[in-house]
Structures are given as C-alpha cells and as structure tokens.
Design a protein around this ligand. Structure first.
Ligand SMILES: Nc1ncnc2c1ncn2[C@@H]1O[C@H](COP(=O)(O)OP(=O)(O)OP(=O)(O)O)[C@@H](O)[C@H]1O
Ligand SMILES: [Mg+2]
Length: 364
C-alpha cells in the first residue's frame, strides 16, 4: 500500500476559547479528489491553513507521503492553496501571475513560457495571457488561480471554496472543469466547501465536519444513502427522521418498530445495535415510493396531506395520525396522486437506515 498523500492525526486547534478543530483524523490518498464539507464556522479553512503550513495545530500530527511536515514552511510543503478571494496580483498580467511560482523556483524562462501556455490551454484561457486580472470575469480569474496552483506540478493542491464567488451557472461549469482537470492529473486535491451538492457530485471521498469535529467519512454515495448520524443525514440532503425501536438484529439486517409498522432496515458499517434500543429511522424522500413493494419492501398505509408540483418532481407530505413523512416522486402529467387520498407506500430495506439518536454514539 502506498503512503497516503496526507495523513492528519488527532489534530486540535483552539483560538482562545473557540475549539476550531477537535481531535480530527483523516487521510487522503495520492491523486484523490477529497472534500472537507461542513457549515460555516465548522473549521474547514482552519484545517486547510494547517495543511498549507499557514497555521500551527495545538496538538496532533500532519504527514505528507509519510513524512512529518511540522517543521516545513508553506513553501517547502509544496501544497499550493487556492483562496476563495482569488488573491491575484492586480498589476501582473495572466502570464506573469501564473508563472510567478516557476520564476521563484528558478525555472528557465523558455520552460516557464511553455508550461504557462500549456496550463492556460488546459483551464480554457488560451489567448488571455496578456490581460490584467481586472480585465477578466470572476470565472476567468478563478481559472487563473487554478492554473497558478497547478503549473508548479504539486502533488497536493488545497482549494478553499474555489467557486463561492461565482454565479450559479458558472459554478456548475467550473465544477465540471475542476473534475476534468483533476482527472487529467495525479494531484491530490483537498477541496473545502459548505455546498453539499458540490461535494456529492465531485468527491472521491469526503469528510463531514460539525463544530470542529469529524462526523462522517466515506464516499459520497455511502454517506448520502447510509449516513452514520443525524448531522450527516440532515446536512447532505432532505431526510425523514422517524422515532423507532430496534426489535431484532441479525447480522447486517436490523428489524425496527416505527410509527408506520415493523420494518427491515440497514445502517452505516461499523455501528452496533441492540434489541430494545431507541433509534432514529432515516429515509430519503425519494426512497418513498407509491404502491406495494415486490418482495420484502417495507409497506405502509398513509394519507396524502399535500401535493406540490416542483417541476420534475412532486413533493408529497404523508401522514399516519401523528407521524409525518415526505415523499418525492417523479411528476407525470396524469399522475393520480391527490391530497386526501389514503394509499399504500413502501420503502426498500436498503433505503431504510437506522441511525443513533446521539451524535456522540457514532464513534468517529
Ligand atoms: N485567527 C482566528 N482567531 C480567532 N478565531 C478564529 C480564527 N480563525 C478562525 N477562527 C474561528 O474558528 C472557527 C472555525 O473557523 P474557520 O474559518 O475554519 O471556519 P470555516 O468552516 O472555514 O467557515 P466558513 O465556511 O464560514 O469559511 C470559527 O468559529 C472562527 O470564528
Ligand atoms: Mg472558510
């Protein structure tokens, strides 16, 4: 097994009485597109600045390729950081902004010219080399910043909310381009965002951070479909959270009692469950399907309270007396789901996820 490109072990960082990072550990494989995801103020930028060498942790260790980097300056770490606010030199044109790191490294002028032209082509900025940053759009400036980080051929690039200054359309385009640029290189990208769609759509793997603590780690599909706890369930998308009790456990299969009936369920790996335990049952609205299940689906009767057309989907609120549950189904012109109906619904056991009631029980 190759050494991870980055290993973060038990890192804690305090600013006065604020604990920005609390005993955080994770590792990033070489060439991986790795995301740090979490709400504003959870410690993402602090983590990235510690990796870049711009901030010192109070405790814990950081290794790059198996070597402790505590004594290395930001320059010696060779992990350029792409800041949210571009940080381009306004008086230098695009060529000089991008080539700056190569000049600092003493690379010959001719080689700098070739490498800058190559990277400008790859970020879609052919023909822009003479422009000043002030003569570029936000998206173009963002490309220059990316080009400047990638041109030095680092093994790690650190990106702090690189798309947050862009409008929605440009953000979507740039997201795709960052994914493509990453695929063309063997550079490990550590990408910070508070936007779960950005993380879910691009990440090879990701960690979810809540108030300085790691609450989830895994690939996007596992974390979205089998969140280990309530914070991950809520932060990564819409979630129905029903009170439930474990009635039996058999290997990976968990039987639970919910307000809608007794169901078969599953959970994130590594969690243990006991009969009689009070838990939450998490179901994504798009996993709630009208009609009876074939085979062993978890069927239930519920009354349709409201139906809202949201274009491609119908957003449906269901209830069974005191308990509410939301369903998202594809809208069809003739779809006969109307408010006031009582009908059958089902959820597959693999989409019926048991989570702990308390975040502290998830053991990360
Ligand atoms: N230099 C500092 N001095 C004091 N407190 C700080 C400092 N830097 C960060 N903090 C605090 O540490 C916590 C984490 O901040 P950080 O910038 O890492 O959050 P973030 O997840 O990047 O948030 P955002 O999404 O808003 O950028 C916050 O409570 C912040 O106020
Ligand atoms: Mg930040």
């Amino acid at each position: 097994m190759p050494e991870p490109a980055i290993r973060v072990e038990k890192v804690t960082k305090r600013f006065g009485d604020v604990t920005a990072l609390d005993n955080v550990s994770f590792s990033v494989d070489p060439g991986e597109l790795f995301f740090l995801l979490g709400p504003s103020g959870c410690g993402k930028t602090t983590m990235l600045r510690i990796l870049a060498g711009l901030e010192t942790p109070d405790s814990g260790t950081i290794t790059f390729d198996g070597e402790d980097v505590a004594t290395r300056s930001p320059y010696q770490r060779g992990a350029p950081m792409v800041f949210q606010n571009y940080a381009l030199w306004p008086h230098l044109n695009v060529r000089d902004n991008v080539g700056f790191g190569l000049v600092e490294r003493g690379i010959p002028r001719r080689e700098i010219h070739v490498r800058v032209d190559d990277i400008l082509g790859r970020v879609g900025l052919d023909g822009y080399s003479q422009r000043l940053p002030g003569q570029l759009s936000g998206g173009q400036q963002q490309r220059v910043v990316l080009a400047r980080a990638l041109v030095v051929n680092p093994s790690i690039v650190l990106l702090d909310e690189p798309l947050s200054n862009l409008d929605a359309k440009l953000r979507g385009d740039m997201r795709t381009e960052i994914g493509r640029l990453h695929e063309e290189t063997d550079i490990a990208f550590v990408y910070v965002t508070h936007d779960q769609v950005e993380a879910l759509s691009l990440a090879d793997r990701m960690v979810v951070i809540d108030k300085g603590r790691l609450t989830g780690v895994g690939n996007p599909s596992d974390l979205y479909h089998r969140p280990p706890n309530r914070f991950c369930a809520d932060f990564l998308g819409r979630a129905n959270l029903l009170p439930a009790t474990v009635s039996a456990v058999e290997g990976a299969s968990i039987r639970i009692e919910t307000p809608f009936g007794e169901w078969n369920a599953c959970s994130a790996p590594g969690l243990t469950w006991e009969a009689g335990e009070s838990v939450l049952c998490m179901i994504r609205p798009e996993s709630v399907t009208p009609g009876d299940a074939d085979g062993d689906g978890n069927g239930f009767n519920a009354r349709v309270e409201t139906v809202q057309l949201a274009g491609a989907t119908l957003e449906i609120a269901l209830s069974d007396g005191d308990t509410r549950c939301h369903a998202t189904v594809l809208s069809r012109y003739a779809a006969p789901i109307t408010a006031g109906q009582s009908c059958r619904w089902h959820v597959l056991p693999e989409n019926t996820v048991v989570i702990k009631q308390s975040e502290d029980e998830t053991g990360l």
